[in-house]
Design a protein around this ligand. Structure first.
Ligand SMILES: Nc1ncnc2c1ncn2[C@@H]1O[C@H](COP(=O)(O)OP(=O)(O)OP(=O)(O)O)[C@@H](O)[C@H]1O
Ligand SMILES: [Mg+2]
Length: 174
């Protein structure tokens, strides 16, 4: 079973993927760790996606993993399931502020979440609709359990996400 988990930073990929991998007995692949180890991030922190694809090509020879990272939406990894974790932008803002993100980085990530950036990128790269899970309404354990259940029951859909009502407020700068 090959599972990819992506989503905006702060949506809970790392904490939830760790639990999911343990629940399903699968190897955990932390894409951010590979980026760091292989020094794939440039001076402005941008990552060369072609180099990342090469660094992740070993996944083609694996048949069981949970691979997680926000960059997983920028390239096609072998996947039986692609999950996009979602978080209410107001909740996400609090989580990212706790990390000490500056205003620019905070706003970029909130905008990405409001605009379904990762979901759209998955649709473009993987040519299929990902299953979206709202982590703002669940504990970490409940989210991992919901993903495990989706895998076991081969679900085609999870949550329906629509944050568009918050767009106007965001554009006004609140
Ligand atoms: N309901 C929740 N679901 C998931 N995470 C939560 C929840 N409530 C609080 N958190 C906290 O939010 C943080 C999510 O961080 P995590 O590192 O898992 O995000 P990430 O998606 O991997 O981000 P990044 O892309 O930057 O690696 C954790 O500190 C986690 O404890
Ligand atoms: Mg992470």
């Amino acid at each position: 079973m090959r599972i990819v988990i992506t989503g905006t930073p702060g949506t809970g990929k790392s904490v939830i993927a760790r639990k999911l991998a343990a629940l399903l007995g699968l190897e955990l692949i932390d894409i951010k760790k590979i980026v760091r180890k292989r020094r794939l991030a440039g001076r402005t922190h941008e990552v060369d996606i072609r180099k990342l694809a090469a660094a992740l090509s070993f996944l083609r020879r694996r048949d069981g993993y949970v691979a997680e990272g926000h960059l997983a939406c920028e390239l096609k990894l072998p996947a039986d399931f692609v999950f996009v974790l979602r978080t209410d932008p107001r909740v996400l803002k609090r989580r990212l502020a706790k990390r000490g993100y500056g205003a620019r980085k905070l706003n970029d990530n909130i905008a990405a979440e409001l605009l379904d950036y990762c979901t759209q990128r998955v649709e473009q790269e993987y040519l299929k609709r990902p299953l979206e899970l709202d982590t703002s309404r669940r504990t970490v354990a409940a989210s991992a359990a919901a993903l495990a259940q989706a895998v076991r029951q081969k679900k085609k859909k999870l949550d329906a996400i629509n944050y568009s009502k918050q767009l106007i407020q965001f554009a006004r700068g609140n």
